[in-house]
Design a protein around this ligand. Structure first.
Ligand code: ZN
Length: 273
């Protein structure tokens, strides 16, 4: 059986993998190993079109969207540097935003990738979905998500950015809270948080994997993603969160970097009761 051939076929569904008895761990391994890149994002992502930002501003200005939504789209654009707006510039051209009257089975927002429509109930869900829009490359890649893989990592980090860009890092949006804590810890492995942000807008999960593996093992990376996925679909008590956070904390200890260790301890103290 040729896993490589399977994985490059973007249309294959998770069920097909299961039928072929390839474990999720193998899929994660393969997804990470597929393209090894050692360069840092800010060295890699050099495609600065200085006119692009102005183009996006013009599109937002001309659109028939509500004033409040335009203001939020501009706020996001302002935060992003030119390197990170390729997907945003493409998707904004046809984006539609619709307010839903109520949440559907506790889902407060949806980004319909195929039709490029954001459906939302609250301001926090609207801005969260805007980040999915701005990091949506194609039917396979969205933020850190690769089809069915890295969903938990993607939701967690999307919500980290949602709080950071639109609210306040301490503001509790009550969305993906466990994933947010783990993503904040994971971010400590990077020298600057901007490196992880750049990777998000370039759908570069390999960069996350390679950075993680400087201090952690492949098995630990799989374990982390298994729980990140688990937390978005399942209600669980805090014990599983604590043990996953501890594993991450131990990996951060291996950096021997006092600043990172201190920050990580602070996050654990603050968020994990
Ligand atoms: Zn989401």
């Amino acid at each position: 059986m040729n896993i490589h051939k399977l994985f490059t076929d973007e249309e294959k569904e998770l069920e097909n993998y299961k039928m072929l008895r390839i474990s999720i761990q193998e899929m994660y391994d393969y997804a990470c190993e597929k393209t090894k890149e050692s360069k840092l994002p800010h060295q890699k992502y050099k495609n600065i079109d200085i006119n692009l930002k102005q183009e996006v501003i013009n599109t937002i200005t001309k659109s028939s969207t509500k004033k409040e939504i335009k203001a939020m789209l501009n706020q996001l654009l302002e935060y992003l540097d030119n390197n990170n707006i390729d997907s945003y510039a493409t998707n904004i051209k046809t984006l539609k935003c619709r307010k839903m009257r109520m949440s559907l089975s506790n889902v407060h927002g949806i980004y319909d990738e195929k039709r490029n429509i954001i459906k939302y109930t609250t301001t926090a869900s609207l801005s969260h979905e805007m980040l999915h829009m701005a990091s949506h490359k194609d039917s396979y890649l969205n933020g850190f998500k690769r089809k069915h893989l890295f969903t938990g990592l993607n939701e967690g980090y999307t919500e980290v950015l949602n709080r950071r860009i639109f609210f306040d890092e301490d503001y509790n949006t009550n969305a993906y809270s466990k994933n947010v804590i783990l993503c904040l810890l994971l971010e400590q492995l990077f020298d600057e948080r901007k490196q992880m942000e750049d990777a998000y807008f370039h759908n570069d999960t390999n960069y996350i994997y390679n950075t993680f593996c400087q201090y952690g093992s492949k098995e630990e990376f799989y374990y982390l993603n298994k729980y990140l996925d688990f937390f978005i679909f399942t209600h669980s008590d805090n014990n599983e969160l604590k043990s996953t956070a501890n594993i991450l904390n131990n990996i951060i200890l291996r950096t021997n970097n006092n600043k990172k260790i201190e920050k990580s301890n602070k996050i654990i103290k603050k968020y994990i009761k």
